[in-house]
Design a protein. Structure first.
Length: 197
């Protein structure tokens, strides 16, 4: 496909399950050196706005310019943080099973974006119209986390389902090849089909 056609297709959010707007593209973020916090905030806001069904009230609350202790994170620290992602292989073939990032994302969204949990967090951290969260407040929140044994069982089930999915995909590929072979052979007369009628 031509580069200009690809670029054109990338501008249509309705063609994607999850759309990444231009201001959130990795190519725009990875080389940031100035106003990094503001650019990251705008990228997350654009991601949420483009994917409201999946990300409503999830990313806009993140503020890379907020004070941590006595200071904010400077551009160099945030830029180094971004550069570290370049060192981490994040392709499906680098993980224990395909789409591990997607599974982790879905778990976190279901866990953190649950409306009751959002309401609990908002009720706990809102102080005089401002969201204030410190360790004492966060320790009062009740997060449901599976035990390590349960996490192992979940991981085993996911691995088993992944193996089953791979086997079914392999079987599907065999059936597609057989179908293509039959479709090729039918017009040549190599394969005869008896029609009842």
């Amino acid at each position: 496909m031509a580069d200009d056609l690809i670029a054109e297709q990338l501008t249509h959010p309705d063609q994607y399950t999850f759309f990444v707007p231009e201001e959130a593209h990795w190519s725009k973020i990875r080389h940031l050196k100035t106003n990094v916090g503001t650019a990251l905030n705008k990228a997350l806001e654009a991601l949420e706005d483009a994917n409201v069904d999946a990300l409503e009230d999830v990313l806009k609350g993140i503020n890379f310019n907020r004070k941590i202790g006595q200071r904010t994170l400077d551009d160099d620290t945030l830029s180094n943080f971004i550069q570290n992602f370049e060192k981490i292989p994040l392709r499906d073939e680098n993980f224990e099973f395909p789409d591990l990032l997607g599974a982790a994302y879905e778990y976190l969204i279901k866990f953190f974006a649950d409306s009751r949990l959002r309401a609990q967090i908002r009720a706990t951290v809102n102080s005089g119209g401002r969201d204030v969260a410190n360790s004492a407040i966060l320790n009062r929140l009740r997060f449901v986390q599976p035990s390590l044994d349960e996490q192992d069982r979940i991981a085993d089930r996911v691995r088993a389902l992944d193996s089953k999915g791979k086997a079914e995909m392999a079987h599907r590929d065999i059936l597609i090849k057989q179908k293509l072979g039959l479709m090729h052979d039918l017009p040549t007369g190599r394969v005869r089909v008896k029609v009842d009628g």
